[in-house]
Design a protein around this ligand. Structure first.
Ligand SMILES: Nc1nc2c(c(=O)[nH]1)N[C@H]1C(S)=C(S)[C@@H](COP(=O)(O)OP(=O)(O)OC[C@H]3O[C@@H](n4cnc5c(=O)[nH]c(N)nc54)[C@H](O)[C@@H]3O)O[C@H]1N2
Ligand SMILES: Nc1nc2c(c(=O)[nH]1)N[C@H]1C(S)=C(S)[C@@H](COP(=O)(O)OP(=O)(O)OC[C@H]3O[C@@H](n4cnc5c(=O)[nH]c(N)nc54)[C@H](O)[C@@H]3O)O[C@H]1N2
Ligand code: SF4
Ligand SMILES: [Mo]
Length: 676
């Protein structure tokens, strides 16, 4: 029996493998034996016929790939890197990498090659929460754990659908509901999660700041502010109060599309329940004002003092299995390493620790920005690992054009059917989950050991080994002399002492301990109501809805929402071919409100074309009453989704505005449209 952890979502369920099947680990505190269909089938993904098993190369993207050896490929990469100015080299990583992989890639790129352009798909996912945490608390720290839900009276889900995206967490929520936990869901779609809500608020897309400000105003007007907490532990309350009270309340409510009655029901539940947790995900983060939306929500907890005590607080739900670990390591272009920002003192510390002089001194380009620079022909080498940017970045046509201008694109992937593959020059086969070991941190700071369950495919390497072999070829061998992931983990643990106040107390555990039980870093960091800001107080920020997103108009009258379905994982390289995951839901559909469908004479199951200013896709209509009028929903299992989306970014977090693109939808009469 081997114990490991699921490699899909941020819940991070403990699993057991007995050579025949995967089951939930009853003794593991996060999931207590529960597991979802994706987790239970993960070994099948290791065995699919679509694995990338050989090194492939070509000089030009119009040519066919040829198989080459590892040595030749690594040499080609090292030669090109050594001939290129570091400012023209970029790395694009993933919240699905393990901590050890992330650590090595970050050390190689920033510390030795000397480029600061190292970002991750977490930019498209958690960046808004990261920026908000840092600005409000002075540190990227999630102050709530799943266990806190047991002591909470009310859970508010805003722009999150855990019934499909964090399945085991939602199963726990359902159990707790039976013991009295109340649930409010705020979402333009009556989602699977909303079906269990005590109160469902069908908010208009993009109106969350208006709603949350309105609640803050009510807290002030009804004397529900926790003055002790606000005056002793927060900055800028008086300024916030003054500005909030100037806002036009009727207009705010109108913009939310909610009735006064529904709003009042929300307020009543907020007042009646002592302990409140709010949880959010992509419905807030992926927005032109993603960070502001985080501020507006966290404000409510600070104003009402519902934070820093059991059963209370703002709970950002991390999506990917190790997006949190990547943030800890510093695998973002806006961070140096181990929660350290770029500044002279930190760069000196990091240079000394890595025994180098090459570390850059300022932030690098973030995800979409890397591609924007590529469009200007300023990126010559791009190393992509464990993610599929051509599938997942917004405004796909533009991203395709950009990547085509990069001289050397290296794709490290465990599967051969990514969308990015068509634009790569060298493809390196990685060993996937199940064939390797390492650590990952889940959404509530729990670090777990992933174990090797099966033998490694002959020509594959672990992601960290690939980065280490590039480092060795570049002549940094003595600094990248690791024999196994544990060596890397130990070095990373030492580096955590450099973090501010050493709050990343990851040095307290070890591989040996992690094999028997998980470790939670930063336990009780805010218990004394002290934050990591200069005066130890949390910052309140006044924000308003600036209505920056693409506006619907006569030509494009619908707003496009995009998101998850329960049994599929993003582009589907790991889940798309697993029979047990395919039986419940069709992948290719677009949800449209029944009134809109009637008006457009679209019937259920009919072929429809969806177009935006940037591109189009063809799908099948699914007529529902669970989505607001003039809003459609397409799951991101549709690999063409981002031909439609807008590449507008949040100015603070640089996270894309995925959920607010203006589109039109119409029935397809012609037989010319193929559905891929
Ligand atoms: N099955 C499965 N699970 C997954 C994943 C997967 O691919 N498949 N991916 C993982 C990852 S990486 C992530 S980031 C998480 C994402 O987890 P979630 O964010 O919970 O998943 P989404 O389906 O993107 O849900 C976002 C919700 O926000 C709503 N929404 C959109 N716009 C607005 C708005 O303006 N206001 C409000 N209030 N709501 C809005 C949408 O209708 C949708 O219900 O899931 C993780 N879990
Ligand atoms: N429209 C729209 N776009 C979105 C989103 C949205 O909600 N709407 N969500 C955004 C978010 S939150 C996210 S997180 C991204 C996700 O977008 P991606 O990260 O592109 O999605 P995945 O399909 O999970 O890609 C992971 C890749 O890693 C490969 N892989 C699997 N195992 C291994 C391994 O062990 N090693 C290596 N090297 N490779 C491996 C897989 O084959 C796959 O190609 O999409 C973003 N894009
Ligand atoms: S809930 Fe998430 S971590 Fe748990 S088994 Fe399902 S996909 Fe894996
Ligand atoms: Mo994500």
């Amino acid at each position: 029996m081997i114990k490991s952890v699921c490699g899909y979502c941020g819940v991070g369920c403990g699993i057991e493998f007995d050579e025949l099947k995967l089951v939930g680990d009853l003794a593991y505190p996060t999931n207590e034996g529960l597991i979802c269909a994706k987790g239970a089938s993960e070994l099948q993904s290791v065995l699919t016929a679509t694995r990338l098993l050989r090194v492939k190369s070509r000089d030009n993207i119009d040519e066919e790939y040829k198989e080459i050896g590892w040595d030749e490929a690594i040499e080609k990469i090292a030669i090109k890197i050594s001939q290129t100015n570091p400012k023209n080299i970029a790395f694009y990583l993933s919240g699905q990498l393990m901590t050890e992989d992330y650590y090595i890639a970050n050390k190689l790129a920033k510390g030795f090659i000397g480029t600061n352009h190292l970002d991750t798909n977490s930019r498209t996912c958690m960046a808004s929460a990261v920026v908000a945490h840092k600005k409000v608390f002075g540190v990227d720290y999630v102050p709530v754990r799943m266990d806190d839900l047991k002591e909470s009276d009310l859970l508010i889900l805003v722009g999150a659908n855990p019934a499909e995206a964090h399945v085991v967490l939602f199963n726990k929520i359902k159990k707790l509901k039976k013991q009295g936990l109340k649930l409010i869901v705020i979402d333009p779609r009556l989602t699977e999660s909303a079906k269990y809500a005590d109160l469902y608020l069908p908010i208009k897309v993009g109106a969350d700041i208006d709603f949350l400000n309105l609640v803050a105003i009510r807290l002030i007007e009804d004397n529900k502010i926790d003055e002790e907490f606000v005056y002793n532990h927060c900055n800028d309350y008086d300024a916030l109060k003054k500005q909030l009270l100037k806002l036009p309340k009727t207009k705010l409510l109108k913009r939310t599309g909610l009735s006064k009655e529904l709003f009042e029901e929300f307020i009543q539940m907020f007042y009646e329940n002592e302990n409140i947790i709010s949880a959010w995900t992509m419905g807030l983060n992926q927005s032109s004002q993603g960070t502001d939306k985080n501020f507006a929500l966290i404000n409510l907890h600070l104003l009402s003092g519902k934070i820093c005590k059991k059963g209370n607080g703002p709970f950002s739900l991390t999506g990917q299995p190790n997006a949190m670990g990547g943030r800890e390591v510093g695998g973002l272009a806006t961070m140096l390493a181990v929660h350290l920002d770029y500044n002279e003192e930190n760069v000196a510390k990091v240079n000394e620790f890595w025994n180098t002089t090459n570390t850059p001194t300022s932030n690098g380009l973030t995800a979409v920005e890397i591609f924007e620079e590529a469009l200007k022909e300023n990126i010559e080498v791009l190393i992509i690992c464990h993610t599929d940017p051509i599938y997942h970045l917004p405004n796909r046509k533009k991203m395709e054009k950009a990547i085509s201008k990069i001289g050397l694109v290296i794709e490290i992937n465990a599967y051969e059917n990514s969308e990015t593959a068509a634009f790569a020059h060298i493809r390196l086969p990685a060993s996937p989950w199940g064939e390797k070991e390492g650590t990952q941190t889940n959404l509530d700071r729990t670090i777990t050991k992933q174990e090797r369950l099966t033998r490694r495919s002959i020509d594959c390497k672990d992601d960290w080994e690939i980065f280490a072999s590039i480092a060795q070829k570049l002549g940094y061998g003595d600094k990248f002399n690791y024999s196994c992931p544990e060596d890397i983990f130990k070095e990373y643990q030492k580096m955590c002492y450099l973090s501010k106040d050493a709050h990343l107390d990851i040095y307290k555990t070890s591989y040996a301990e992690l094999r028997t039980k998980p470790f939670i870093w930063g336990k009780g960091l805010f218990d004394k109501k002290e934050f990591l800001t200069p005066n130890k107080k949390a910052n309140l920020f006044f924000v308003t809805n600036k209505l920056l997103s693409e506006k619907t108009n006569k030509i494009y009258p619908f707003t496009l929402l995009t998101g998850r379905t329960r049994d599929q994982w993003h582009s589907g390289t790991k889940t798309g071919f697993v029979d047990s995951l395919n039986k419940f839901k069709k992948h290719n559909f677009v949800e449209i409100n029944s009134d809109d469908a009637k008006e457009l004479e679209i019937k259920d199951g009919e072929k429809v074309i969806i177009q935006s200013q940037r591109g189009e896709l063809v799908s099948f209509a699914k007529i529902v009453d669970t989505i607001l009028p003039k809003t459609i929903f397409i799951p991101i299992t549709n690999r063409e989704i981002n031909f439609l989306t807008d590449d507008l970014l949040d100015p603070l977090s640089k996270e894309p505005d995925y959920n607010h693109s203006a589109v039109k939808i119409k029935k397809v009469y012609s037989t010319n449209y193929e559905i891929k």
